[in-house]
Design a protein. Structure first.
Length: 100
């Protein structure tokens, strides 16, 4: 059930993002304003990714906000999704709990 819910959520998110980008493309001229906005957005998302890699607080915030849309391989090599309670745990904790 969780997998089906994930795919539906992702499809809705992708459709809404596409519609929003289509609307924006008709409102903002492509150059130079569109180029500048796209560059700023790209740099912002890159910075969030870097913060996520190096700061647990940012990583927790990101997973809290977007974790429901992420596939397992998008969570990160340093984390895993606990399927029992649908929470994210550090990978090191995962290896400790699996050993009996």
């Amino acid at each position: 059930m969780m997998l089906h819910k994930l795919h539906l959520s992702r499809r809705i998110q992708h459709a809404l993002t596409g519609l929003i980008l289509l609307l924006i493309s008709h409102l903002i001229p492509p150059y130079p304003h569109g180029f500048i906005l796209l560059s700023i957005g790209t740099l912002a998302f890159y910075r969030i990714h870097q913060l996520r890699l190096h700061d647990d607080t940012w990583d927790d915030w990101y997973l809290e906000k977007f974790g429901g849309l992420l596939r397992r391989h998008e969570i990160g090599e340093w984390e895993y999704l606990n399927s029992k309670d649908e929470t994210f745990r550090p990978l090191m904790e995962c290896s400790k709990t699996k050993k009996s």
